[in-house]
Design a binder for this molecule. Sequence first.
Ligand code: SF4
Ligand code: SF4
Length: 162
Amino acid sequence: MNKNCEICSNECCGVDGQHGSCCSIEDRDYIIGKIDDAEDFLLRLESRFGRKIKHEEIFIDYKEGKNTFPEKASWQKERHYPCMRLDLNHARKSCIFYNHVVKACSIYDIRPKTCEKFKCNFLIEMGEKEENASSFKSEDRETLLCSKSKDRIEALKLLKSE
Ligand code: SF4
Ligand code: SF4
């Protein structure tokens, strides 16, 4: 998520007005995990907020998660943990770091690697289309694409050059 990302904040997955779907589970069978760099991420958070932060403040582990959402298959797999803790009081059941007012991640610069690497199908498809668009103007790219899709385009370039 990026404050300057027009798509993620205003047209997520191509839906006008939608934002931050990958940071919210809503009523889908979806989990924000596994967070591979959980302990490093905790250290970054402690440095940012200037206090000790407990693992369970930020993450949900297997035992809690499988009981919280017994109807969701993705929450029943131990390999998906730890996952990001959600704000269960919010209708969208978003990650606790998702800011619904600015429609972006509130700790974007120190977010977990799992979030940094995540590519949704919409941005993947869009990146592939733009790679093939001969009329695409490079100066439009910076304002249109968020870092996630730019990363994906760079990845596609690397794959093509191999
Ligand atoms: S990465 Fe995809 S799912 Fe996530 S906010 Fe951006 S457009 Fe939406
Ligand atoms: S840490 Fe940020 S990018 Fe990752 S799920 Fe939470 S709000 Fe989204």
